[in-house]
Design a protein around this ligand. Sequence first.
Ligand SMILES: Nc1ncnc2c1ncn2[C@@H]1O[C@H](COP(=O)(O)OP(=O)(O)O)[C@@H](O)[C@H]1O
Ligand SMILES: Cc1ncc(C[n+]2csc(CCOP(=O)(O)OP(=O)(O)O)c2C)c(N)n1
Ligand SMILES: [Mg+2]
Length: 341
Amino acid sequence: MSDSGQLSEFDIIARYFADIDGGTTVGTTVDTTAGQSAVTLGVGDDCALLSLPPGQQLALSIDTLVSGRHFPENANPYQLAERALAVSISDLAAMGATPLAFTLALTLPAVDTQWLDGFSRGLRAAAQAYKLPLMGGDTTQGPLSLTVQVHGSVSAQTALKRSAAKPGDAIFVSGTIGDAAVALAMIQGRLTVDQAQQNFLNQRFYQPSARLDIGQGLLGLANAAIDISDGLLADLAHIAKASQLAAVVNVDQLPLSSVIKAVVEKPQALAYALSGGDDYELCFTAPPENRALIKTLGQQLGVPITEVGTMLAGSGVSCIDASGGDVSVDASGYQHFNHSE
Ligand SMILES: Nc1ncnc2c1ncn2[C@@H]1O[C@H](COP(=O)(O)OP(=O)(O)O)[C@@H](O)[C@H]1O
Ligand SMILES: Cc1ncc(C[n+]2csc(CCOP(=O)(O)OP(=O)(O)O)c2C)c(N)n1
Ligand SMILES: [Mg+2]
């Protein structure tokens, strides 16, 4: 890292993080659809202040990304900022919440103005794309890590809780899954691909799309939802456990990209899709009679939504294939503190 050696903690905040407003403006009411900011006091005081739209509850989620654990140590700072924001906003999407603002806790090994410049520009672009302002944070020295806390609003009655799946619900997945895990294999030099495939995979790892519009569109249509961070089976297991149900996934229905199908054999593609993680697509359950409306929602938003299984009485997650036969897979997904290295 190049070291300017000149900037203090407060200089860094003022130069790179003080005015990331996500394109919102301060208004007299909180109407995020009109681009009005919910932040009534932002960066610079002991606390930030946030107003909630009337009748809504605050939806909060926080995620940390640690260098070498969640992203390669030499990751491009612009892309890293985009990824950090999307990863956290994805949890709002999985509740059907509307984002209001975010906070950022940044731990940096040293003051590297080139890195900070790229990171700040990436963060500004992502904040603008998701229309949410940076309302505060913390800046410290130490091993590189990024923590983004997102604040959103949602009605408690309609929020897509993990515990609300019903027996007989169909299970759906947005987009395609497994791409980010293949991307990581490529980034780490375990897989060689052509230039177009490389571009696609890099985008799937560094620029996941938080599926906010799908989550909000599912309010009233879906019962339960989760975003896929640890792997489809591991995350679906959270819905199954919280809802006291079993989940059965048909592996022949999984939405796989043309790239994953081209660069790895089918069993490997299925393993990535089921247990790879880092996809940040939504997995949700809904009454089968809402199928047509859900399909239309996907078409309207230009994102495929694929039915992949069923919630049943019982417990646990299992897999079948198109012939109905049992498929044995490792469903553990990504778990911290559970590595061989
Ligand atoms: N250190 C902690 N203290 C309190 N709650 C935690 C802590 N770590 C995780 N949680 C909570 O446990 C649940 C599962 O966490 P996690 O698997 O990280 O969820 P997600 O995949 O949505 O990020 C969440 O409700 C989260 O808020
Ligand atoms: C360098 C690197 N190695 C491995 C991975 C794979 N990986 C790390 S954490 C993780 C799961 C998601 O992270 P977690 O902190 O569990 O997020 P949460 O479930 O809380 O959203 C995955 C798939 C990665 N993204 N980057
Ligand atoms: Mg988390």
